[in-house]
Design a protein. Sequence first.
Length: 258
Amino acid sequence: MLRPFIAGNWKMNLTLKESRELAGSVRDGTEGITGVDVGVCPPSVFLEDVYSVLEGSSVILGAQNMHWEDKGAFTGEVSGDMIKEVGCTHVILGHSERRHVFGETDSMINSKLRTAFTKGIMPIFCLGERLEERESGSTFEVIERQLRAGLAGLRPEDVSRLTIAYEPVWAIGTGKNATSTQAQEVHGRIRALLKESYGEDVSASVRILYGGSVKPDNAVELLAQPDINGLLVGGASLKSDSFLEIISAAFEQVRSAV
Ligand code: PEP
């Protein structure tokens, strides 16, 4: 069993004070949790402060995005070196809001993934189909295109350290999660594509998280699926109670597997 990873995407939410408090609650609430990786991804302007709250704990700090270039005339962007300097070890790349609200293409996301690995930052690479794509029966096709384009040119040893997040766009922030069967079907497909391109060992080492309206009451069932290795949580990660409940669900699963 791969070590589950529960990551919270705070998106453009919270004040600085609320960010510090939430980070403190996650830090304190996860003391004693073993066998599960827990991470939070605050807005970039709060990263340094959140890092100071998390320092010394096992909670992972991730950014929500980064640019592929090191520096230059890219107003409003942050580089990999910048997010590293304020304590990030991880970064979310290719989130559907970046793709569909800000127009990021597969090729931009591929550049970001390559840069992240060059800099030793662990990416959480998001992909997922839109509602019309699911309804027209092209989910697998979309996933395959996003996966192949996103990973183009990456070394197998980088791919083996990757975290992928399958996030159906129609399930993000809508309260309508994919059923565990729908999610497992796509996760299984992603695993099979990885196996086809990189072999058994690499495919077996990639954690594939599910994201899209995850809540404490659906986390257990999603985590029970063989190819779901964790969860990327948006709304429910903004309240420590619900986020810690989801983390406990993963912890219980690890304990019961021993
Ligand atoms: C997300 O932000 O990646 C996400 C899945 O959001 P939510 O859990 O709110 O649907």
